[in-house]
Design a protein around this ligand. Sequence first.
Ligand code: SAH
Ligand code: SF4
Ligand code: F3S
Length: 468
Amino acid sequence: MRNAVRPVSREEILRQEEVARQIAARPDRPRSYHLITYGCQMNAHDTQTMAGILESMGMDAALTREDADLILFNTCCIRDNAERRAMGNIIFTKEIKKQRPRLLVGVCGCMAQQEGFQQRLNTRYPHVDFSFGPGEIYQLPQRLLDAMEGRREAAFRAGEDSTLYEGLPVLRSSPFFAYLTVMYGCDNFCSYCVVPLVRGRERSRALPHIVAEAEALVRDGVQEIMLLGQNVNSYGTDSDGPRFHELLRALQDTGIRRLRFMTSNPKDLSDELIAEMARNPAICPQLHLPAQSGSDAMLRAMNRKYTREWYLGRVRALRAALPQIGLTTDLIVAFPGESGDDFAKTLSLVEEVRFDSAFTFIYSPRGGTAAARLPGRVDPGVASERLARLNALQEGITAQVLSAQVGRRAQVLAEGSARRGSGQLTGKTERGIACNFPGTTDQVGQILPVTITAQGHNTLKGQQILPD
Ligand code: SAH
Ligand code: SF4
Ligand code: F3S
């Protein structure tokens, strides 16, 4: 049984802040940290929060892991290869520790929330000092103190997954762009997916907290916010609060220039949300809408709760409301039982929708998920061949989508120099496509009008024009 949602009290957050101050006052504390992040935007955002907490203890980022007093791995277990990469690097820190015995090593993120993982880490990898799951990020000061004082059982205490907390510091990686989590967890149990098992139940942050955070970001000069949740379309349904389209409306009033959000599960993509996307000038005409498969049989086995026709219907509705919308997707090939015919339906879906781009994956069985018990594993050679065919098809479509942008105008948020000294700035168009154009470094952080002049490989080239 998974835990019920547990709001973390203000007192508990204050207690952690007190522990952080205690650590900051100790002469034997770590002075520098190195955070290594795997996985999705949620993990990237969690890393920024943990960096904020570590800096509150007076620690600085170390450039390399070899220089750090503390190495913290924020792990992902969505597919086997993500897990293996992380485990290889975690094991390697044993070698670094031989040279520097005072180094502290921590493991957090989704792997740490898997059944039995922390106990295994504790007993089999004595060079690892502490571990906690993604629902326990706010406990970082206490876990670190437990590790420093050698309380190993406490430092590896197996975790709560469904906490809801507010008020942690965040160290953003850009002055102009910010992630903002609107909900945690997932209740969908797609049959292949480990996320509901490691990230816990869906819980939505209260709208006033989200709006206050967005207002603070706007005051700080942020131009673009990416709202995060595993299924933002079900925002508010767990607490009977305002729905996602109402949250978007409220966020427009903060004065934020650009809003994006991910991820949208097609089953919950409402007409109200599409109408809000068309109405609200802050929302970028871009949507990540994971299809996973074009075959109804596979969608059913994946427990996705929509059909190919439903998906295509949502795409038509989006394009009718926002003719310039750019759609991206996730696709899984070689799900158990996927026949050649099922796979052909995924190819035809891709041809029909014409996505701007797609993230494509070979199915990877995950312990504890329903699909891991399904018969009909697809031969690995066939799986690789399907992935290659799918990627080749999408690459051709991406090239055509980019070429159709040439000659058009776009608004690009200049994120930085394309390459140092190149005289080129780089950023994303409102549609979410990377674009390079001549500009000066004092323009970084501005939203600039450009004309698209050419296409590169997965990018566009542009020239600045005078604002309208
Ligand atoms: N919440 C998002 C997805 C998060 S995981 C959504 O529902 O769309 C990101 C992507 O990883 C998924 O969309 C899926 O395509 C892929 N994925 C998840 N589990 C997988 C598995 N076991 N094997 C292969 N790909 C997987
Ligand atoms: Fe996983 Fe499905 Fe939840 Fe996305 S919606 S995180 S794929 S269970
Ligand atoms: Fe990975 Fe966890 Fe994200 S499993 S994809 S880091 S939610």
